[in-house]
Each structure stands twice: as structure tokens, then as C-alpha cells.
Ligand binder design. Structure first.
Ligand code: CDP
Ligand code: CDP
Length: 221
């Protein structure tokens, strides 16, 4: 059977990575978390101690080799062979990632790497611009969203489970700020592709969303 490209875009905390992972497992496809790639460039930039400039972050993005290894339900991320799976989830990286991801040189390097990984098909790729820019020819595009309150609540519960206490109001504000940066940037802003299926998951469980997207994939296949 032909292996297609499934693009899942949407704002922070919509459930993209959770659901993309499950859909990929159901189909025997690879799951590619493009947000992790922008987070990895951001981590390396923060570690460099350099002041922020487009040149500095572009130079990092052009040199870095980002790879994924999937096993036991965990998507492990490596930068030039060194594992950064946990380090890229820090609040500091989350706070800076949208600024780094708005830089044209960074996006050019990441989009090229993503196309190289996915162009043979058999991938579920999640991010902000997969259906609009990276793979406009993807056979299935989903724009997954939920209300900002629900997305903040989900993130809050997730952090709490990991032992990190944050204020729900603060989290909601930071998510809204990141959404605004992602939606209003000049290059590849977050938006629903014209031919994407819009799915609001505010009152849906993980299993319900997975089933809906799996059904869409079966229909396309
Ligand atoms: O998991 P979460 O929704 O918090 O974010 P993420 O998917 O890890 O993405 C982190 C950030 O990377 C986003 O807020 C965007 O600024 C950027 N990003 C992007 O610009 N384009 C993508 N294809 C994926 C992520
Ligand atoms: O990748 P993205 O930022 O879009 O979201 P995620 O990291 O997959 O999901 C954020 C949190 O919401 C996770 O803890 C999921 O388990 C949870 N979630 C949920 O409770 N209900 C859904 N329908 C989808 C995700």
C-alpha cells in the first residue's frame, strides 16, 4: 500500500504530538516532531551564551544534525549524537523557542531537514507549517486545536505529573503569547491550510481524536 504523508499542525498543547505518535504507531509510520527540532536549535543557542542575533541562531541551525530514535513509546532526540530529549523541554527553551523559530535562516535549514526525512512518505509530522510549507502536497492535513484554557489545563496537568508546579494563569498567558508569536510572524505563520481538516479537540479525549484522524487516514488510503 502507498505510504502517505500526514501533516498535523496547530497551537501549543492541542495534543499534536500525543496523537501523531499514536496514529503513526497504528499505521506503522515514523513520527517526526518538528517542534523538537526548533527546540534543539534554541537549546544550543542558549548554551552558547551569545547575545541573540539572526546570524548566531542561523549558524547553529545550519551546522546541527538532529536525529530521532523511537523506542518504548519514547521519542528520543539527539543533537550531533548527544541526547537532548529532556533538556529541550525546559521552561527556558519554551520561553525562547518562538523567537528562534521566527528567523528565516533557521526555518530554511529546518524545512530542508524535514523534507529530507519525510519525502518518501510513511510519516506523521507535527508542527506549525507542515501542511502549508514543508509538505503542501501531503495527502492528509489536519489542523488540530483546542481552546487556550483547555490547552493550558492539559499542560498544567502534564507538568504537575512530572513534579513541576506552575501557576495555571501563568501557563495560559505564556501559551497565548507563544501562539501570538507563531501566528503573527512574517515567515510561515501558524495557520490552517485551505485544504486541511479542522479539528477542535476541546471536549475530545486522546482516544477520540486518534480515532478520528485514523479514520481520515484510512479514507485517504
Ligand atoms: O509542544 P509545544 O506545542 O509546546 O511546541 P512544539 O511543537 O515543541 O514547538 C515549539 C515551538 O517551535 C513553537 O511554538 C513554534 O514557535 C516552533 N515551531 C515552528 O515554528 N514550526 C514548526 N513546524 C514546529 C514548531
Ligand atoms: O504536541 P502538542 O503541544 O500539541 O500537545 P501534546 O503535548 O501532545 O499534549 C499536551 C497534553 O494534553 C498531554 O499531556 C496530553 O496527554 C494531553 N491531551 C489531552 O488531555 N487530551 C487530548 N485530547 C489531547 C492531549
Amino acid at each position: 500500500m502507498k505510504k502517505i504523508i500526514i501533516a498535523i499542525d496547530g497551537p501549543a498543547g492541542a495534543g499534536k504530538s500525543t496523537i501523531a505518535k499514536k496514529v503513526a504507531a497504528l499505521l506503522g509510520y515514523a513520527y517526526i516532531d518538528t517542534g523538537a527540532m526548533y527546540r534543539t536549535v534554541t537549546l544550543r543557542f542558549l548554551e552558547s551564551g551569545l547575545p541573540f542575533s539572526e546570524e548566531a541562531v542561523t549558524a547553529i541551525a545550519e551546522k546541527i544534525s538532529i536525529t530521532f530514535r523511537y523506542g518504548n513509546g519514547v521519542n528520543r532526540v539527539f543533537a550531533d549524537g548527544e541526547e537532548v530529549t529532556d533538556a529541550i523541554r525546559s521552561l527556558e527553551v519554551s520561553r525562547n523557542v518562538s523567537k528562534v523559530a521566527a528567523v528565516g535562516g533557521v526555518r530554511t535549514a529546518m524545512v530542508a531537514a524535514q523534507r529530507k526525512i519525510g519525502n518518501q512518505g510513511g510519516v506523521v509530522m507535527d508542527g506549525r507549517d507542515i501542511g502549508t510549507v514543508v509538505f503542501p502536497q501531503a495527502e492528509l492535513k489536519v489542523f488540530l486545536t483546542a481552546s487556550v484554557e483547555e490547552r493550558a489545563r492539559r499542560r498544567y496537568l502534564e507538568l504537575k505529573e512530572k513534579g513541576t508546579e506552575v501557576s495555571l494563569e501563568d501557563l495560559e498567558q505564556r501559551i497565548a503569547q507563544r501562539d501570538a508569536l507563531d501566528e503573527n510572524r512574517e515567515i510561515s505563520p501558524l495557520r490552517c491550510a485551505e485544504d486541511a481538516r479542522y479539528l477542535d479537540s476541546t471536549s475530545l479525549t486522546i482516544d477520540q481524536v486518534t480515532e478520528k484522524i485514523a479514520a481520515m487516514a484510512r479514507e485517504v488510503l
